[in-house]
Design a binder for this molecule. Structure first.
Ligand code: RUB
Length: 302
């Protein structure tokens, strides 16, 4: 995994989803570290910092990757090259372990919400949601999934294909049919790209619309997410701009005079979210923020 190649893969959405991007970014800097010939701690640090900057810029709206980097760079010892190498490597491995632990824990907790005979709604492609459904299947529960295609990049097809390959019955809907799909569902699970300090869930465009529909039909609506997706900067008023992607993803050759809007994400009002399911448990969005504060007090310090 060469650095520039990884950056390109993230930019081109060959690697997508907050958690996959964070893992991939960590694996890439581990490679940069292992291949480094730097003969001084200073040089090694600047090589790693350069890789961090390039990877972060490839998808500048992903707190999960930023928090993972922050963790990796936090206590790096500056005594000697070998000390620094060891600190980086240890931190990268611990961060990757955190992701494994969090995803398994979330799967165990959220799968309790999957009952025999139920229909689950999901949107886009979330590795966290896939793990939950896999775990429910492992528990021999009988359920099916309704999912939406997620224009314009069709990440929903990836979800449907993965579920079908796992032997989970799945029915695929165009995005505009979500109301029809949701009213037949028992529970909705979406992922998250970020959670703000006000408890807003940032996720794929369509998420808030579907949350409103779920509320209307009294379908519990959960965001399933690693707590490392908490957006630290939002505490200080710097909420990230929502990613605006290229017009041509929506309409390759739109006639002159037609403006195309291609917001890739939106913020879901916490009032519409039944709960956030993270490795810390299931909490209402405002309580989730308090739990993050309790677990990572240093994030809330200026
Ligand atoms: C992916 C998306 C996913 C979240 C969570 O958008 O919105 O729901 O990233 O995924 P994109 P995960 O395809 O534009 O990256 O649970 O895997 O972190």
């Amino acid at each position: 995994m060469e650095l520039n190649d990884s950056v390109r893969q993230i930019k081109e959405l060959k690697v997508q989803g907050a958690e996959m991007i964070a893992r991939f970014a960590l694996e890439t800097i581990r490679n940069v570290l292992k291949q480094s010939n730097a003969d001084s701690a200073g040089l090694l640090y600047s090589e790693m910092a350069d890789a961090r900057k390039k990877l972060a810029a490839a998808r500048p709206t992903e707190p999960c990757m930023f928090n993972a980097f922050k963790y990796v760079f936090m206590d790096v010892k500056n005594e000697s090259t070998i000390e620094m190498y060891k600190s980086f490597l240890e931190r990268i491995e611990l961060a990757l372990k955190h992701f494994d632990f969090a995803q398994q824990t979330i799967a165990k907790i959220a799968s309790q919400k999957v009952k025999n005979g139920s229909i689950i709604f999901t949107h886009c492609h979330s590795s966290t949601v896939i793990e939950i459904l896999k775990e429910a299947k492992r528990q021999k529960k009988h359920f099916e999934v309704y999912n939406t295609e997620t224009r314009p990049r069709f990440q929903g097809r990836k979800t449907a294909a993965e579920l079908a390959a796992l032997g989970i019955p799945v029915t695929h809907f165009v995005d505009a049919a979500a109301r029809y799909a949701i009213k037949k569902c028992d529970v909705a699970f979406i992922g998250a790209d970020a959670i703000t300090s006000e408890g807003k869930v940032v996720n794929k465009i369509g998420s808030e619309l579907f949350a409103e529909v779920a509320k209307k039909f009294e379908v519990p609506f959960y965001s399933c997410t690693d707590s490392w997706k908490f957006d630290v900067e939002s505490i200080f008023g710097y909420e990230k701009n929502l990613e605006m992607r290229s017009e041509t993803e929506v309409w390759e050759d739109a006639p002159k005079g037609v403006k195309v809007n291609n917001y890739a994400f939106e913020k879901v009002d916490p009032e519409l979210v039944t709960g956030i399911i993270s490795e810390m448990g299931i909490y209402r969005p405002d309580v989730f923020v308090q739990e993050v504060k309790h677990s990572y007090p240093e994030l809330f310090e200026r």
